[in-house]
Design a protein around this ligand. Structure first.
Ligand code: MSP
Length: 480
């Protein structure tokens, strides 16, 4: 059976998740659900799916964040992670595993094994180094990355760091990684991001610092054989995609089944780590490469990336409380481009909610099922259902917004069909014909439910149950 291993980035738990993070996760969830459902309609397409998310805890961001609220780092992390999981449960995120990179049993041995493999290939060496470290990025920047001496994304002056640490011979892999990306062995969606990373690879990659001295107060996974150093946070973070599957532990069954990943989902700011460093690490360790990277744009607010450091975040909880989780899922799916930046405001959200859901889908389901309840003696015997070809094709290209657009179009068309066929009149004049008309509308609604399932699963279930019980559902989306 084919497998589909999909991952979100692991999130920094220094603060609550905002809409940008909710986006990455929701898109991944829609794709995971779609792949799980494939086999239901076409058994030959059945796939075994594994969906991973988690938290990136060995970051320098934690200590100051914990200190600011007067908590011990461990307690602080417990709280934030509980918060993440709570949001994911409200948002109906169907992950199979939530990995925490502070987990010494589950994560550390695999991260260390990977390190040893890089070392065995001769790709780890020690060097004295001085650079400008941006904690926001968890990466060294070059002077040309700065604007007025500050990191333009995080608005902070980077720290001058001079220390001896281990380096990863990334430069050795520029050419091989480039070839794998150019040939499509690692497919990058969209094309523009592929070109962006190819031009970077053509310039050639520099070796990268891969550890920090513990004396500098760094926390993290100890470097094997050297107690004075811990791994660079991105080195252990990327390893999560392997360690979550049991890589480096006694039970590697999941690893054997699911590696390599079909797709790593991420925002454009972390493309470099996933398209340059990560493949180089895997090549050095002699491990298979991921099949695809889906690189989405940012949710912007007032023209700037929504981010905690810029102070322009919208809390997903706020929208969930006001509109419901499916309203948020549908908005993210339809109105945020998976490839470009998209602006989101409270006003645009409300307008879209009313148009798409309250007056759109919700109203359509109520109209059809009210007719069905009053005029059909029993539930409609439905024809064989399946994902429409265009819908599958859109999701196979990761174009979640195009898939959601097909739902919106189907809703409009079915609405027009009600107006055109006027079943409420027909049923009075010719009851048999009227019942036929209504049954067709119910079948049309069921065809929409098939597409709704991966996108807004809770609403899909409610409509589905109503169709099967031949009853009008309770109000799905209140007008706002
Ligand atoms: N911890 C690293 C990822 C390590 S993966 C091995 C990290 N974490 S993060 O919490 O800062 O970001 C997680 C994801 O959220 C990234 O894909 C990032 O692009 C995404 N987003 C953060 N802000 C965003 C928006 N405003 N809009 C869309 N997504 C953005 O990076």
């Amino acid at each position: 059976m084919r497998t589909f291993y999909i991952t979100t980035p692991i999130f920094y738990p220094n603060a609550k998740l905002h809409l940008g993070h909710a986006y990455t996760t929701t898109v991944s969830d829609i794709l995971a659900r779609y792949h799980r459902l494939k086999g239901r309609y076409a058994p030959e397409e059945e796939e075994r799916v594994y969906f991973l998310t988690g938290s990136d805890e060995n970051t320098q961001k934690i200590l100051p964040a914990a200190k600011a609220v007067g908590q011990r780092p461990e307690d602080f992390l417990e709280g934030v992670v509980a918060n993440f999981k709570n949001l994911f449960s409200e948002l109906d995120i169907s992950y199979d595993q939530f990995i925490r990179t502070s987990d010494e049993k589950a994560h550390w041995p695999g991260a260390q094994l990977l390190w040893q493999k890089l070392q065995a290939s001769g790709d780890i060496y020690k060097k004295e180094y001085e650079g400008l470290y941006c904690v926001g990025h968890e990466a060294f920047l070059t002077p040309k990355d700065l604007v007025d001496g500050k990191c333009p994304e995080h608005g902070e002056v980077p720290k001058v760091v001079r220390e001896e640490n281990y380096f990863f011979r990334l430069s050795r892999y520029s050419e091989t990684v480039r070839a794998h990306i150019e040939s499509g062995e690692i497919a990058i969606f969209p094309e523009t991001r592929k070109h962006e990373i190819l031009s970077l690879l053509r310039e050639g990659l520099q070796d990268v610092s891969f550890s920090r001295p513990t004396s500098a107060g760094s926390i993290g996974v100890p470097v094997p054989g050297d107690k004075t150093q811990v791994m660079y946070v991105w080195c252990d973070a990327l390893a999560n995609y392997l360690t979550a599957l049991g890589f480096g532990q006694s039970d590697e069954e999941l690893y054997r089944q699911f590696w390599p990943a079909q797709v790593h989902v991420m925002g454009k700011d972390i493309l470099r780590f996933h398209a340059a460093i990560w493949p180089a690490m895997l090549l050095s360790a002699n491990l298979p490469l991921p099949k695809a990277l889906l690189v989405h744009g940012f949710i912007v607010s007032g023209g700037r990336k929504m981010s905690k450091s810029l102070g322009n975040v919208i809390d997903p909880e706020e929208l969930i409380t006001a509109y419901g989780a499916d309203a948020l899922r549908f908005y993210l799916a339809r109105h945020i481009s998976p490839f470009e930046d998209s602006e989101l405001t409270r006003e645009s959200f409300k307008d879209a909610y009313n148009a798409d859901l309250a007056n759109g889908l919700g109203n359509l389901a109520a109209r059809i099922l009210t007719l069905a309840e009053s005029h059909l003696p029993e539930p409609v015997a439905l024809p064989r259902l399946a994902f429409p070809r265009e819908f599958s094709e859109a999701l196979d290209r990761f174009e979640v917004n195009a898939a959601a657009e097909l739902i919106a179009t189907a809703v409009q068309k079915l609405d027009q069909k009600i107006t055109a066929t006027a079943p409420f009149k027909v049923v009075k004049e010719n009851p048999e014909k009227g019942r036929e008309c209504i049954s067709e509308l119910v079948a049309g609604l069921a065809a929409i439910v098939v597409m709704l399932e991966p996108v807004i699963p809770a609403t899909a279930r409610k409509i589905w149950v109503a169709i099967q019980e031949n009853k009008k559902p309770e109000t799905l989306f209140l007008r706002k």
